[in-house]
Design a protein around this ligand. Sequence first.
Ligand code: ADP
Length: 643
Amino acid sequence: MQGHGKGGWRSIVAAPDEKPRVTLSLLKRVLKYATPYRKLMLATLFIILIHTGVTILTPLIMRDLIDRTIPNKDIHRLILLALALLFIPAANGGLNVLQRQLTARIGEGVIYDLRVALYAALQRMSLRFFTNTRVGELMSRLNNDVIGAQNAISNTIVGIITDIIQAVVVLSVMLGLEWRLTLISVAILPLFIIATHQMGNRLRDIARRQMEVNAQMNALMGETLNIGGALLVKLFGRSIFEVDRFRQRAESVRDMGVRRAFMGSIFITLIGLLTAVGTSLVYGLGGYFVILGQFTVGTIVALGAYLGSLYSSLQSLANAPVEFSTSMVSFERVFEVIDLPVDIEEKPEAIDLQDVRGEITFENVTFVYEIGDEYLLSDVRRYGSVDNVTTVLSGPVETDQTEASASHSQARGNALENISFCVEPGQLVALVGPSGAGKTTMTYLIPRLYDPISGTIRLDGIDLKDIRLESLSRQIGMVTQETYLFHDTIRTNLQYARLSATQQEMEEACRVANIHHFINELPDGYSTVVGERGYRLSGGEKQRLALARVILKDPRILVLDEATSNLDSESEQLIQEALKRVMAMRTSIVIAHRLSTILAADQILVVDRGQIVEHGNHEQLLHQRGLYAHLYKTQFRREMTGE
Ligand code: ADP
């Protein structure tokens, strides 16, 4: 969804820079996530220090062996040194295990904190956010980015610290051993750093591209492999087309993988060559000095060994800024979600509703779906629809204006405009109107799934915005056309409405909803698993289960979208009976598709193009000979004569 043209919306945020910028504030924020692990981090640092100290000993022992112990035929010293050569790696191994354990605890801890914060942030998001965000995108933030962030802390930061310590210590020892040769071997460093940096940049770009193409491939899988998508593909016979589309994306993934491997190997080769220059210098020049009798053989051997470890730390350090900033991208992406403004806000002084009468008033309510992009993730804009199905399939878009009930298009700027009405406690209000008129939208505003852009909605005279969200949701029971059930038992699905509900209460609710007998006849009764991969309920059964769930919740206000699909007359009757019982004593707002509901309604609101165009009871409205009379003739009466 793009920014709305009408003034006032904040401009679309520019796509994030290709090169990640590590700002001080970002860094501070990341460090805040690391603070709870201060002690563990200090312990890690301590271990790194010991580890470096122990590692540094081996070349010195070699030197002693070559220069002193062996020439002096000192057996006692030889045994000691040989034992040291055994114990040093053993100690190192132990320290390594300990260090890994600590860094894992820090890293996993950060993952945990970030994940929970992210999930909690997502739970605060409005419906608008979810209708505009692909699930795959969110999963990717919860998984990949959080792991990337963990990597930043447990590998990158720890790695940088280790390398700095190692480089400093090794360099000092080398300078102490033989400063001239050390300076010569360090002379190639600038070359080294430039090469590493350049290659690192390139590798990072490839890695980033690889992440993008991977995300696109995953998005395609997500869209076509869920039940809805798979069904669509089959019904339109698009399997081959989808395989093609997948092939294209998988090709990009493959090509990027190959490029990354290629660049990686070139990088390693280059570094190897540069290291060889250093090594050859040390041994060549060093050997010359040995021949001249200025150094001992042991010194050169030790220097050669140190050189390897020096180069490897410096190589990592040269790469560190790039790696670090790349890891920071993950943090940025996670923070982006956490920072999204909450669209439906709860005032700090919001009140808890106690005894609700159930009076609902709409006062000049106007609403649009499109609002500023600041409520959406950047990727929603970034990926746009570049190679979506539409661009492949796009043809002239024809709008179907031949709908029987509406002779004119429902397309308009505001989804709702200037809606005012009042529902007395206990009344039944029927919303009637052509498809797209805004009926569902009106019902969405009552539990504050969206907020109007102007006007006020009140419950018992209190502005909805002054009511605590949880308390508002407790008062409202909503049965939508599409009933969502978790992949779990019927019992658990029912208990979602009231966690403390007893079996007896559930059975009572199900009796009222006319679904108890059906459930009882299922092989596992209330323990039957339903939902996505469970037992498939029919439309009517699902609706009755949804009704039972709402009955269990026992709200003062019932918002209901009557099923449009044609149910068989038995289901139909069961639902009608159930509804009658549920609506009694409650304020009910029903998007009515059935004549019986309309006839029973205290008020009928006729909605067209986002406005209430007629208002009254059945008799009054028929006399007006307006849209209602037209709808009645074309839709509802048919239902009556059909009976
Ligand atoms: P009805 O329930 O009367 O059929 P709706 O309330 O569902 O109509 O839709 C009213 C208008 O709002 C329609 O023009 C529809 O296209 C638009 N609309 C519905 N949902 C969204 C959404 N999530 N984003 C943007 N526009 C929407």
